[in-house]
Each structure stands twice: as structure tokens, then as C-alpha cells.
Design a protein around this ligand. Structure first.
Ligand code: NDP
Length: 248
């Protein structure tokens, strides 16, 4: 029997990249999944492709902007109307707006704080109301090695992801008694549209610093999420870095 049979998982920002790989991996373990992304068309096409591959109607497309509380409320309503439960929430949607500190605009700062940190507050609160009634749940937040170690040109992103780690640990403490775990996965340098935008020269320089000698794949991150989502995970409030040995 699949480990996540009949469970319902929401993955934000799952139209593409790491979020899509996470959704596909959870589906392979038997879960029904909510493909949720700000890009409505991407949401629909990704869910349709996943359903075709899976040979079952396991993916539901629910467009959602995680910075907008009303949009989040609609998503939660749609999921409850379809499945009446939420077992797993992966807060994955995220953006970068890089600049060295002195050149960073307040818009760049705020956009990243809103999308990568405040979104976790807006999405997790209504989902935890459902999980609390169920007396079970798994929250998994996609942080970053940058949130643990810092990175040149990413003060907004580092602050948001470090905040997300503090959020993860506090939710773990407040909800353990309800059988709800909260953990974070901190990816290193993963091959997606986000990192492809950096260009070949920067990409090769970073790969030189990775002990395992390659960029990570979205599937590398998905495997860690499946571990935290599993029924037997006696683990909460933890951060797993998945980074090929960068920053050991
Ligand atoms: P991508 O940009 O490939 O995918 C992110 C998805 O989230 C996009 O479809 C994007 O839509 C969507 N999104 C953006 N803003 C919102 C929003 N407000 N509401 C809902 N969806 C939104 O990124 P990755 O897959 O690379 O990253 C996924 C997560 O992993 C992020 O949190 C990122 O910070 C984290 N991460 C990634 C690393 C990497 O090396 N790639 C390293 C460490 C962490 P659109 O394109 O329309 O903006």
C-alpha cells in the first residue's frame, strides 16, 4: 500500500520547478494533490499533464496567489469542497529579487518578504484550522541554504528564508500536541527557472564549490519532502539541507 494513500496535499507554486516535482512525488506515494500557482494557465496545464501521466484524477488545479488572503481562502474552500480534508501543506511558492544591500529598493525587499515569508502565515493559518480538527497534519516549508548561511546579493531572500525557519520551529512547538509536524527543507543550488536566470558563468562557478559536483534536481528536493510527509516521521521542528554538501 502506498504510504500516502487517500491523503490530500496542497503544494503552493507547483505549476513548475521544485513545486511540480514535489507534487508528482507525493502523488506517486498515493496522495491526491492540489496544483496551486499564481499562473492560472500553468496550473491547469500542469494538473492535466500530471493526471494523464498518473492515469487517475488525482491532481486538482486551484490557482492561488499566496500573497493574497482572499485568494488563499478560495483555495482552501475549493480543496475542502472536493476532498473535505488537508493532510499535507508544502509552502513552496517563492521568488528572488536580488541586489547588493545598498542597491536594494524597498520594493525588492518587500516583494520577497511578502511572497517568501508572509505567505506562509497567510496559507498555514487556514490550513492549520482544518488539520487541528483532524488531529493530524504535515507542514513542510521550502526554505533555502541562503536562509541558514546568507548569500551575497540576497539580503531580502536570506531574511525571508531565515524567518521561515523560525516560523517552522514555532509551529512545530505549538502544534505537536495535535499530532501535526512542521519541518523545513533547505535546498542548495537546484536546476530550475530560478537558477537558470543566473546565466552559465555564475552557474559553473557555483558548481565548482559543490562537493557532489552537480546542481541538485527538483526530484532531490521532492525526496526530502516525501520523508517529512510520511506517516512515520518522528521528526518536527527540523531543517534538512539538501545541497550536495555545500556548506558542510
Ligand atoms: P520557480 O520560479 O521555478 O517556481 C516557483 C513557482 O512559484 C512559479 O511557478 C511561480 O510563478 C510561482 N509563484 C511565484 N509567486 C507566487 C505567488 N505569489 N503565489 C503563488 N505562486 C507563486 O522556482 P523554484 O522551483 O526554483 O523554487 C521553488 C521554491 O524553492 C522557492 O521557495 C525557492 O525560494 C526555493 N528554493 C529554490 C532554490 C533553487 O536553487 N532553485 C534554492 C533554494 C530554495 P511565476 O513564475 O508566475 O512567478
Amino acid at each position: 500500500m502506498s504510504t500516502l494513500a487517500d491523503q490530500v496535499a496542497i503544494v503552493t507554486g507547483s505549476g513548475r520547478g521544485i513545486g511540480r516535482a514535489i507534487a508528482e512525488a507525493l502523488l506517486q506515494e498515493g496522495a491526491n494533490i492540489v496544483i496551486s500557482d499564481i499562473n492560472e494557465e500553468l496550473c491547469q496545464t500542469t494538473a492535466a499533464e500530471i493526471n494523464k501521466q498518473a492515469g487517475r484524477e488525482a491532481a486538482l488545479a486551484v490557482p492561488c496567489n499566496v500573497t493574497d488572503g482572499a485568494s488563499v481562502a478560495k483555495m482552501v474552500e475549493a480543496v475542502m469542497a472536493k476532498w473535505s480534508r488537508i493532510d499535507i501543506l508544502v509552502n513552496n511558492a517563492g521568488i528572488t529579487r536580488d541586489a547588493l544591500f545598498m542597491r536594494m529598493s524597498q520594493e525588492q525587499w518587500q516583494a520577497v518578504i511578502d511572497t517568501n515569508l508572509t505567505s506562509a502565515f497567510k496559507v498555514t493559518q487556514p490550513v492549520l484550522k482544518v488539520m487541528s480538527k483532524q488531529r493530524s497534519g504535515r507542514i513542510i516549508n521550502i526554505a533555502s541554504t541562503t536562509g541558514v548561511h546568507g548569500n551575497f546579493g540576497q539580503v531580502n531572500y536570506a531574511a525571508a528564508k531565515a524567518g521561515l525557519i523560525g516560523f517552522t520551529k514555532t509551529i512545530a512547538l505549538e502544534y505537536a500536541s495535535r499530532n501535526i509536524t512542521s519541518n523545513a527543507v533547505a535546498p542548495g543550488f537546484i536546476d530550475t527557472a530560478m537558477t537558470q536566470a543566473l546565466g552559465e558563468e555564475i552557474i559553473s562557478k557555483v558548481i565548482e564549490k559543490i562537493p557532489l559536483g552537480r546542481m541538485g534536481t527538483p526530484e532531490d528536493i521532492a525526496r526530502a519532502v516525501v520523508f517529512f510527509a510520511g506517516p512515520g516521521a518522528y521528526v518536527t521542528g527540523q531543517v534538512m539541507e539538501v545541497n550536495g554538501g555545500l556548506y558542510t
